[in-house]
Design a protein around this ligand. Structure first.
Ligand code: XIL
Length: 538
């Protein structure tokens, strides 16, 4: 039971009935966070959360809290996290996620109870009878812990039960218990929390294919047998090089017609690295199509993105050479895909699929050490252009509502190559404009220059070297940069360094203040080449 939630829901229900007779639903403001637009459409918009950055990074917490109204633990509720050895339950990570959600008025989707992966060896080694008992105990303990918690609303009871050809996955669950383990798991979960929505979840089931049809047939059979299954999750781990799956809306609709809710549970859209503007634009189309598919299906209750920042994504670790799958970049900058999700959630129930025309080549004027004015010939659109974004490579420098903007916060004496992308209310984005390059004024050129080179990297660490040159006689130098992640210098030679968070400053040693000079270091973390390495001469 979830008494608190039932009471609150009833109260809100009465309140909204009372209000709706007096006031029209207030539309969310054009630049409102995703969760406001989603709520106005009666859907949730969620993210997976990782406990590490949730504890250590305020930018991560702020975006997670502001933009999303639903969260899923990326790993913290899996069996290996919650019952690593038999009978020893640990809920520190799970509780951390649930507490964050409660603070931020977010609902939690529990992920996941019965899965072939991230399940400890001790479970896999049990006999059939012991395994069934362990499954019941695990489900009743984990689900039971949050049964009275009003924020935990739903569970992935069974995850990834099918092979690609539609046969049951030949997992240890299936081998030992046969297909009946699925119905058993749902019954155990219902017994542990009669109010939670209970889902089956899988990947490569977004379109109509052998696997999704097998899942469809299972759900229909389970419903006919009275097995308590309430919802179906479509993971939606997509990749732009494989094409957008056809029929997402139609596929979700056929499940919905069985009487279950549907949801997109683990959205990400990866690409072959490196990123570029064209891949970003394609990715944005995939995100927009997914959101529009959910919006078009009444029983699609919402959608969850599998993390939100490319800084913390499972993709680069799992799919070699691929990445950039999420809607914020590694520096928490919004990508075109953020705009696509935003505009699709904010848009009307538009069927507009026509992109705006390509903006003109940008013209740059009034360049200073930190700013520049950029103007371009406006785009046109069959419905209407709602805005533009100005990029330098894949980094968004500014958004604009008209065909002009002043870029601020630029670095002195730095070359920028900019292009413009137009968007419309349905989230369609134009092809990128031609590029224009300019260089900011500022620090006199030639004082000193630092060149950073990644020498070697290995799992968990790397070595890099920085060479300093100067065109005039200087007596000292300070080199600075910001690491893209949690890299930490462990040892540095031929200089003295300080590191605060990701920000590093290196001063010359007593003997090499006059370039050319080279220093080197080893660091923990993923091998990184930071952009924007600065050098200041003394
Ligand atoms: C992934 C996590 O993102 C990774 O951090 C972890 O190492 C492996 O699992 N399908 C699922 C998710 O249901 O639980 C998986 O999450 C991604 C695929």
């Amino acid at each position: 039971m979830k008494p608190a939630r039932v009471a609150i829901a009833t109260a809100i229900g009465l309140l909204s009935v009372a209000l709706s007779t007096a006031l029209p639903a207030a539309p969310a403001g054009a630049s409102a966070p995703l969760r406001e637009h989603a709520a106005a459409k009666g859907k949730f918009i969620g993210t997976a959360l990782a406990t590490g950055p949730l504890a250590s990074e305020s930018a991560y917490r702020t975006i997670a809290a502001t933009e999303f109204d639903q969260v899923t633990a990326e790993n913290a509720m899996k069996w290996d996290a919650t019952q690593p050895s038999q009978g020893q339950f640990t809920f520190s990570g799970a509780d951390q996620i649930v507490a964050f959600a409660a603070q931020n008025n977010q609902q939690v989707h529990g992920h996941t109870l019965v899965w072939h992966s991230q399940t400890p060896g001790w479970v896999q080694n049990l006999s059939a009878a012991q395994l069934r008992t362990a499954m019941q105990n695990h489900i009743s303990t984990v689900v039971g812990r949050y049964a009275d918690n009003p924020v935990v609303r739903s569970w992935d009871v069974v995850n990834e039960a099918f092979e690609e050809n539609g046969s049951y996955r030949n997992s240890f669950w299936y081998q030992k218990l046969g297909e009946g383990y699925i119905a058993d798991a749902f019954r155990f979960a219902r017994a542990a929390d009669p109010d939670a929505k209970l889902c089956i979840n899988d990947y490569n089931v977004e379109g109509i294919n052998a696997k999704s049809t097998a899942m469809y047939n299972l759900v229909r059979t389970l419903r006919q047998q009275g097995v308590p299954i309430d919802c179906v999750g479509f993971q939606a781990h997509l990749a732009i090089q494989y094409g957008f799956p056809g029929d997402v809306q139609q596929n979700m609709q056929r499940f919905a017609d069985l009487g279950v809710d549907v949801r997109l549970t683990e959205i990400d859209v990866r690409m072959q690295m490196p990123r570029d503007a064209t891949k970003d634009a394609t990715q944005a189309t995939y995100y927009r199509n997914l959101v529009n598919a959910c919006l078009a299906v009444t029983r699609c209750v919402g959608m969850t993105i599998w993390g939100f920042t490319d800084k913390h994504s499972w993709v680069p670790d799992t799919f070699q050479g691929q990445g950039a799958a999420l809607i914020y970049d590694e520096n928490y900058g919004k990508k075109p895909s953020y705009n696509a999700v935003h505009d699709a959630l904010a848009g009307g129930t538009s069927n507009d699929t026509q992109k705006p025309t390509r903006p003109g080549k940008p013209a740059v004027s009034d360049v200073t050490g930190s700013s520049a004015r950029v103007t371009w010939t406006a785009s046109t659109d069959n419905v209407g252009v709602t805005g533009y974004d100005v990029y330098s490579g894949t980094t968004k420098l500014a958004g604009a509502t008209t065909n002009a903007v002043t870029l601020t916060g630029l670095s002195p004496n730095t070359s920028y190559t900019v292009h413009v992308v137009a968007r419309d209310a349905a989230g369609n984005t134009s092809d990128p404009s031609d590029t224009t390059s300019f260089t900011t004024t500022g620090t006199p050129a030639g004082d000193c220059t630092a060149t950073y080179r990644l020498v070697n990297s290995w799992p968990g660490g790397f070595q890099a070297e920085v060479s300093v040159t100067s065109t005039r006689a200087i007596t000292g130098w300070t080199v600075g940069w910001t690491f893209p992640g949690d890299q930490k210098i462990t040892q540095l030679w031929n200089g003295t360094h300080t590191q605060t968070g990701a920000t590093v400053s290196v001063k010359n040693a007593s003997w090499n203040g006059r370039p050319p000079a080279t220093f080197g270091f080893t660091a923990s973390g993923a091998g990184a080449t930071p952009s924007g390495v600065t050098c200041t001469a003394q």
